[in-house]
Design a protein around this ligand. Structure first.
Ligand code: LLP
Length: 388
């Protein structure tokens, strides 16, 4: 993954830091474009995965729209030069200020998650003297077969309007004259690696569309959300998800009505593999049954393993360029410096014998890594570096 030259350039950068390989990012985007365009799909980038301006500038250059979940994300997308007409705004808890701001920006659409939210957007649109375009985010009750914390499309989740509420929402909607219903929105979860979950989504969307068609309600836009997973175990072997299989599945199973536009909101699949958290070994310490490799990065830089028990591939970069077999392989619990036992990147990791000062790469960290960093223990905010 890392050519020696890149590794050498790391020597002068204070650790820990995020390193982004922009060529990997661009190749992923090129593939997304190549596989989505023939179907006429509009792909939005979910800023929540990584809102760094350098990354946004590149993503925008490939013609993606922006999927935002806060007023500040809408603001960041506009600063990065995304056309407001290609910005969608989702989230169960949009504040009045955020809604008013987004109405003022003329965003493409609010993905609305409850009856009460529709009323509030309407009231604020009236106040602004504008019409707000909306899509109903419907909870399709489809299982994404992923970690429960990143499952969003089941009735037990807080997201979306439940199917049994649709009737009453559609009765009320015509009275809200400052809202223009333009679409339906769905998102069942994240890090979905079994594509059959997306097939189930398509079939459910088809049924729901039938409900609207039978009532003569025209829906111009279908937004199927994001969620395409990446390979955390073998990032070098599978650097890019199978975008062809992904978009083709929707082409095969989603019934698109004449004139309808299909939208996607990909986050992780766009940026995960281009990012690596680079950290230095501070100490090696003997535990009862293990060796601890204590890094200068922890849950404050990458919370995913602690929060979702997620797996990240870990390499000792300092030993990578040594002749094969010249260093024995030992087993380590790779942990951080934070005062919590959850501050552990992975247990029982086989690494070439590791020493104080070695550089460690924690891979597939471009999505939901840096952006979820915190300053717990009053830690400095982690910095980002980009490939030339
Ligand atoms: N659209 C909506 C409405 C979403 O809620 C999300 C992610 C996406 C799109 C983008 O999903 P993606 O393509 O990235 O899977 N922090 C967690 C992931 C949280 C995902 C939240 N919503 C993690 O590190 O795994």
């Amino acid at each position: 993954m890392f050519p020696k030259k890149v590794f050498e350039s790391f020597q002068n950068i204070p650790t820990p830091f995020y390193y982004y390989d922009l060529e990997v990012l661009k190749e992923g985007l090129r593939r997304i474009k190549a596989e989505s365009e023939p179907h006429g799909y509009q792909v939005h980038y979910a800023l929540k995965a990584n809102p760094n301006i350098t990354i946004l500038n590149i993503v925008k250059g490939y013609g993606l729209g922006a999927d935002c979940v806060s007023g500040n994300e809408v603001k960041r997308a506009i600063e990065a030069g995304f056309d407001p007409r290609h910005i969608v705004f989702a989230g169960v808890g949009k504040s009045d200020e955020e809604i008013t701001y987004a109405i003022g920006c003329g965003i493409f659409c609010f993905n609305c998650e409850s009856m009460q939210e529709l009323e509030v957007i309407h009231k604020l649109a009236v106040k602004a003297g504008k019409k707000a375009r909306i899509a109903l985010r419907i909870n399709p009750n489809v299982n994404a077969n992923t970690h429960k914390y990143i499952t969003t499309g089941l009735e037990e989740n807080k997201f979306g309007i439940n199917l049994w509420e649709l009737e009453s929402v559609m009765e009320r909607l015509p009275e809200l004259k400052s809202l223009e219903l333009i679409g339906l929105h769905f998102h069942i979860g994240s890090q979905i690696t079994d594509l059959t979950s997306f097939k189930s989504l398509c079939l459910r969307v088809n049924e729901i569309q039938g409900w609207f068609v039978s009532r003569n309600i025209k829906i111009e836009h279908i937004n199927v959300g994001g969620g395409l997973g990446v390979d955390y175990h073998e990032p070098d072997k599978n650097q890019y998800p199978d975008f062809k299989a992904y978009f083709s599945l929707f082409h095969e199973f989603l019934e698109v009505r004449p004139g309808q536009q299909v939208h996607f909101e990909l986050g992780r699949a766009v940026v995960a593999q281009c990012g690596t958290l680079v950290s230095k070994v501070l100490y090696i310490k003997k535990g009862q049954n293990t060796n601890f490799a204590i890094l200068d990065a922890g849950i404050t830089e990458l919370i995913r393993p602690a929060l979702y028990q997620s797996y990240h591939s870990i390499d000792n970069l300092s030993k990578k360029f040594m002749p094969a077999g010249s260093v024995p392989v030992l087993r380590y619990d790779v942990v951080g410096p934070i005062c919590e036992s959850s501050d552990c990147f992975r247990k029982a990791v086989d690494l070439p014998e590791t020493e104080r000062g070695d550089l460690i790469a924690i891979r597939t960290a471009g999505a939901y890594g840096e952006v979820m960093a915190s300053s717990y223990n009053l830690r400095d905010r982690v910095k980002a570096f980009y490939s030339a």
